[in-house]
Design a protein around this ligand. Structure first.
Ligand SMILES: [Fe+2]
Ligand SMILES: [Fe+2]
Length: 286
């Protein structure tokens, strides 16, 4: 254990200003959309208040992935044409891009790599949810996928100075990279991610996806399905080498997650096989 690093990380997470921030409008939209009785006019008003976000939202809404050929000229039109949950996904994409689209040195990720990885995981997770007739989870796993590795942006500099030890520890102890982070730094990128989402006041189900995306076996029963879908999508993208850095090969697929998703070997292989297509889709909103 690198005690001095653990102490430094403790100081960082105790200081909310040192953690990435999120426009308040995003937190409000995410929580509003969870309310089944919400009025879409209120959502439109809320979004339109933030001009920068509105511009980005319209750009993303008109990408082939979201628009499916329709022209979206305003936030109201987006809500009517695409639906509230799709628009929420778009809001999250627009807002998290600033946080994730940068080089993440310790994990050996060039600019754009973490962003590409998270977008691909989000798209695959959503596809799995829809294919497995869990449409009610589609927007949750998409949003969770987009932010699942956000903790890396904070942990990166500590991983950078201990990278060799971390890799050595995965080999010596036969553990995953996240477990090595935990062992040597006292925290892993899942925990830090959850702390960031708490700061942003994102719903608990999203916090659980971020917190357990490598440790699906330990996920609370209430969110096991959503966690499992993101876990599987993440592992498949890692196996396919999408936006992975130095830690990419040091994770494993959870048996409990496979059970919770109900995916069999041929389905897993199918998803692995469509990863080039997935990357093409991801580029549409990057
Ligand atoms: Fe991760
Ligand atoms: Fe990941």
């Amino acid at each position: 254990m690198h005690e001095h690093i653990k102490e430094r990380i403790k100081t960082v997470i105790a200081n909310l200003n040192a953690l990435p921030s999120m426009p308040e409008v995003v937190t409000r939209i995410i929580n509003m959309v969870n309310d089944p009785n919400v009025d879409f006019k209120l959502v439109a008003e809320e979004i339109s208040r933030d001009q920068a976000i509105t511009t980005n939202i319209l750009k993303i809404a008109n990408s082939a992935y979201f628009s499916k050929g329709k022209e979206i000229a305003s936030v109201e039109k987006a809500l009517v044409t695409l639906g509230m949950k799709e628009v929420k996904d778009i809001v999250v994409v627009a807002a998290t891009k600033q946080v994730l689209d940068k080089p993440v040195i310790g994990y050996d990720l060039a600019k754009g790599e973490l962003w590409k990885h998270n977008v691909a995981v989000a798209m695959l997770a959503k596809k799995i949810a829809i294919d497995k007739k869990k449409k009610n989870l589609a927007d949750l796993v998409f949003t969770g996928g987009i932010i699942h590795d956000v903790g890396k942006t904070v942990l990166a500099i500590y991983v950078a100075s201990t990278f060799k030890d971390l890799i050595q520890s995965t080999v010596d102890n036969q553990i995953t990279f996240a477990q090595a982070e935990q062992l040597l730094l006292g925290f892993d990128h899942q925990e830090i991610g959850q702390i960031i989402l708490k700061k942003w006041q994102f719903p608990e189900s999203l916090q659980n996806i971020v917190r357990y995306h490598h440790d699906a076996d330990d996920a609370p029963q209430s969110d096991i399905e959503a966690v499992a879908i993101v876990h599987v999508a993440n592992t498949i993208c890692q196996m396919a080498g999408i936006g992975i850095g130095g830690d990419g090969l040091y994770y494993e697929l959870s048996g409990k997650a496979i059970e919770a998703t109900g995916l069999d070997d041929s389905e897993l292989q199918h998803y692995y096989g469509i990863t080039p297509e997935l990357l093409k889709m991801a580029r549409q909103i990057m």
